[in-house]
Design a protein around this ligand. Structure first.
Ligand code: 13P
Length: 341
């Protein structure tokens, strides 16, 4: 093993702590602008700073959240009191991480498909992020389901980039979160989602092996296997859990310590119910099954806040509640009645 294992092992241990999950607060400038606009707030650097400070200073957050993924801008921002935001997270017992991909571009010769960019100069950027306090990283690949897609070429291109990224992270002593997201925004059935997700994860782990990535020191962030958003035939949390577990057992080696799902547009309550079903169904599995939610942890928070300083405490209570309920779901202790408690 050429990589230095000690720092990576410590970070993995903290990120996979029992009953805890990850908050994805790494929306790019464009994406956070959309989220803020939905609650009638204009996105300025100061507004984004205020909002992220509100999230990170939520009292007791560290009881349920092990790590937060930041956008580069946030990593360099300070709280109103002048504390760097990564430092603020550390005081909560939360590990700061950083989104390091540079978004998707169209894949030439493959209409409707994308590949994620950002490998150029990555080692140098990681070393700078590490100085600023980041201990783990995230790279998101996006696979689209449609007629004849994803193609094997698009899957292989994205898997290769994810694996190269993961190897570079480990070399720089940052734990890579490997996120191959199969989008669930079409009319595809549960069965199609299962087939595509299995193909994608199989390719990703093959590529990770080829790049000699140490699977012990990474986190997988996959989509759950569910029907596309406009598919008429819906699935219960139990059906989603069963299909997801079949897929994971076929493709994810036992060496991987943690699987932290993305929420991918599920409502807050659905994302929590699905995570509960996963942990209740999977009696014996080699990995920790937890969350790395963005929208499913922040939708109510944004609504409650709506850009008003006076709503800060109300908004923080919403985040605390979602974090607490998802924590319960990681232990198979969540039920829908807890939503109204
Ligand atoms: P969602 O949970 O909103 O899908 O976001 C997770 C994420 O980090 C996507 O990259």
């Amino acid at each position: 093993m050429l990589i230095s294992e000690q720092g990576l092992a410590k970070t993995v241990l903290e990120l996979t702590a029992p009953g805890k999950g990850i908050l994805a607060a790494d929306e790019s400038v464009g994406t956070i602008e959309k989220r803020l606009k939905a609650v009638n707030v204009a996105s300025t650097e100061e507004v984004r700073r205020n909002y992220r400070e509100l999230l990170f200073s939520t009292p007791g957050l560290g009881g349920f959240i092990s790590g937060v993924i930041l956008f580069e801008e946030t990593l360099k921002q300070k709280s109103a009191d002048g504390v760097p935001l990564p430092e603020l997270l550390k005081t909560q017992g939360i590990v700061p991480g950083i989104k390091v991909d540079q978004g998707t571009v169209l894949l030439p010769n493959f209409p409707g498909e994308t590949v994620t960019q950002g490998l150029g100069g990555l080692a140098q950027r990681l070393s700078e992020y590490k100085q600023l306090g980041a201990r783990f990283a995230k790279w998101r690949a996006v696979m689209h389901i449609g007629v004849g897609i994803p193609t094997p070429q698009a899957i292989a291109s994205n898997a290769y980039a994810l694996a190269r990224y993961a190897a570079i992270c480990q070399e720089q002593e940052l734990v890579p979160i490997v996120e191959p997201e199969v989008l669930m925004d079409g009319d595809n059935t549960l069965a199609t989602s299962a087939r595509v997700t299995e193909d994608v994860l199989h390719a990703v782990f093959h590529a990770l092996h080829q790049q000699r990535v140490a699977l012990e020191y990474m986190i997988l962030k996959p989509n759950m296997v569910e029907p596309g958003r406009t598919c008429q035939e819906r699935a219960t949390p139990q059906q989603v859990a069963q299909a997801t577990l079949i897929c994971l057992r076929r493709t994810v080696p036992a060496a991987v310590p943690g699987i932290n799902f993305l929420s991918g547009g599920q409502t807050e309550a659905t994302a929590t119910a699905n995570l509960q079903a996963l942990n209740a169904t999977a009696k014996k599995q080699p990995w920790v099954l937890s969350f790395s939610y963005g929208r499913a942890l922040q939708a109510s928070v944004l609504q409650a806040w709506s850009g008003e300083a006076a709503n800060k405490s109300l908004a923080q209570q919403e985040l605390y509640k979602r974090a607490r309920l998802n924590s319960a779901a990681t232990q198979g202790k969540y039920s829908a009645t807890m939503e109204s408690e």
